[in-house]
Design a protein around this ligand. Sequence first.
Ligand code: C2O
Ligand code: CU
Ligand code: CU
Length: 481
Amino acid sequence: MKQIKQRLHRYFPETTVWGYEGFYPGPIIEVQRNKPVVVKWINSLPDKHLLPVDHTVHGCMNTPEVRTVVHLHGGNVPAVSDGHPEAWFTRKYGETGPAFSTSVYYYPNNQRAATLWYHDHAIGITRLNVYAGLAGIYYIRDKHERSLNLPKGKHEIPLIIQDRSFNKDGSLFYPSKPEPPVADVYPSIVPEFFGNTILVNGKVWPYLSVEPRKYRFRILNGSNSRFYRLRFSTGQPFYQIGTDGGLLERPVEVNTITLAPAERADVIVDFSRYAGEKILLLNDAPTPFPDGDPVDPDTTGQIMQFRVGYPYFVHDNSRIPDRLCRIEWLSESSAIKVRDQELIESVDEYGRPILLLNNKRWDDPIDDTTLFQSVEIWRFINLTVDTHPIHLHLVQFQILDRQPFDVEHYKSTGEVVFTGPKVKPDLNERGWKDTVRANPGEVTRIIARFGDYTGIYPWHCHILEHEDHEMMRPYEVNFKL
Ligand code: C2O
Ligand code: CU
Ligand code: CU
């Protein structure tokens, strides 16, 4: 991890960012299923942070400003290599956090082919480290996926979508206090961050020249707080073939794709009927999601452009298969426990809004110990007014359903009274997931098998401003309860 200068737009001066291996976003790490890799993560960053650090939030009180620890999001990884938020280290490992044990991480890659990503996870400054640039794509590939004849090589491209704001000199802008300020803290964390500029793969509103043929895009929402609801200006569909944890059973044809922070969509897009056209990828997700301010159609309502060429040399023999793979559906009856997890809004000791899980803080004792290799159902009971993307480390899960309930009744009695029927997940959510949108006023149920490792792992909201401000809890996988 290094501080570097990169040109983020043709007409911008160079911007100072943080990158892996000298690049923002980091290089694509591409691995084969069941072939483990070892990565030594080295912090060569300066001692001073690029962005305003709030020393009142957890993990930041008497610790160095620049701390890093890398998490492989979506990875089935032993706890020592998971990137626990307190396993941080500073430049040259000068100082290390209480959970640090090694800088050499072991990734077994014993999971289905999938689009994972790696990003920083240092406690209390994850939002700043990721915003500075510490994120990258990690592909797991396997034989089955290769047999499908999907678009590959230069026709398979990751699209990492992020929002940023800039100062006049081209440097990154990140707020140092909420607007209007709510507390006498400076710098202060903000309840969420929405940038006014969209970047894809580290470029401001880029275009991509494409051939009139099929492409495979691995779309990642790598933003701090912003959700995206994507569609094409042509109205053409996406053929979604995969979710966070790998392939769907069958491709799903959709005209819009909603992605919360950390969610991924693996899609095939067919440009063959659009030779010579310019196509925009558009966004209309409100901020915050789902009932916040509308996007500005001229700025954050646009993501990027595709310039479709002419079909001189195009020989597209890739396919959109009818069937992609088989998914083993976890049955509700196999669950040995149902856990209720409340998403609650409260205020912190400085009077700032704070979002909590079960009204607990990161440092409170562990409440959730799961039995190694056992199946559980978790119910996310969202008492807040926004959608929170809830992410569990270690496991890939399945979404069972979402169901509206009476929030006021729950707040006074603690009893769930449903006000409508269960709604099955969207067709393009019916696969392996590691991050799920828990909507306001709904109970969202997921089912997972906890393993393949024991130890302590975080689960949290992936709105990074929430995660850094206590919307994160540890859970444990153990051989006994
Ligand atoms: Cu992508 Cu715990 O994070
Ligand atoms: Cu993760
Ligand atoms: Cu949240």
